[in-house]
Design a protein around this ligand. Structure first.
Ligand code: NAD
Length: 246
């Protein structure tokens, strides 16, 4: 639907789950994709194999977004090998649920570090490049939990709500430099992240979703590609929910 020929796109956590769907759609649309992963070598190898028809356009890099020095090194690598890029999708995210009274301090920090600090690090280095170019698209993957904030998700919901605020603030800083910064907020999407949902809870959630089904990574990807396109030239600071009407 959109043409990304000649563009370079970075997708964090881009080799599995929603990120894999997003990276795949960008490849189909002609982009060069740098897909990062943190630990799952098998998923990264599978992603490379499944996208062998785009071999010249696929670059898989290991990157822990919580490590400032690694993020710095990653952008140096991008500068050396690509000179520049047009699109950054901050998709990497984790959840470590438990009721607040029982939540481990480390579970609070881990979720904040990946979901919020990681996005800050990525954006900090990315906007320096994009501002020079006076063009760019940043899409942050939040969650409808920023609004619903279910029990047991104080850390996750707070991180995703913070991401909406980060996005809005950065969108104002980038606006006059041609950098559009937006969020997509998925509802329940079939990936490993929600594999551990107990059957009872799964049924209860399905009942609440007006479309009566969970979404797919490809359905989230379609929205990301729109926000990343040249056509989305008057959309910034927004949050597009992809939730089946939740
Ligand atoms: P997933 O667990 O399948 O994938 C998470 C990705 O994040 C992986 O690729 C992993 O490598 C990456 N990641 C984790 N820690 C990292 C780190 N320290 N550094 C770099 N990368 C790291 O989950 P998913 O469902 O595909 O989730 C993708 C995004 O979508 C997340 O931000 C998640 O919060 C969001 N989301 C998912 C759902 C859903 O229902 N699946 C709903 C709303 C929002």
């Amino acid at each position: 639907m959109y043409d990304f020929e000649g563009q370079t796109v970075i997708v964090t956590g881009g080799t599995r789950g929603i990120g894999r769907g997003i990276a795949g759609r960008f490849l189909e649309a002609g982009a060069k994709v740098i897909a990062t992963y943190s630990t799952n070598e098998a998923a990264a190898a599978q992603f490379r194999q499944d996208n062998s028809q785009f071999a010249d356009n696929v670059d898989i890099q290991r990157l822990d977004v919580t490590k400032y020095e690694e993020v710095d090194g990653f952008f140096k690598y991008v500068d050396t090998n690509y000179k520049s890029f047009e699109v950054l999708v901050n998709n990497a995210g984790i959840r470590k649920d438990s009721v607040l009274a029982m939540m481990k301090e480390s579970d609070w920090h881990d979720v904040m570090n990946v979901n919020l600090a990681g996005v800050f690090f990525m954006c900090k280095f990315a906007v320096r490049v994009l501002m020079r170019r006076r063009y760019g698209r940043i899409i942050n993957v939040s969650s409808v939990m920023e609004r619903y904030a279910f029990e047991g998700q104080a850390n996750y919901a707070a991180s995703k709500a913070g991401l909406i605020a980060l996005t809005k603030s950065l969108s104002k800083e980038g606006a006059t430099r041609g950098i559009m910064v937006n969020c997509v907020s998925p509802g329940f999407i079939v990936t490993e992240l929600i594999q551990d949902l107990p059957d009872k809870l799964r049924e209860a959630y399905l009942e609440r979703i007006p479309l009566k089904r969970f979404g797919s990574a490809e359905e989230v990807a379609a929205c990301v590609l729109f926000l990343a396109s040249r056509e989305a030239s008057y959309v910034t600071g927004s949050n597009l929910e992809v939730s089946g009407g939740l």
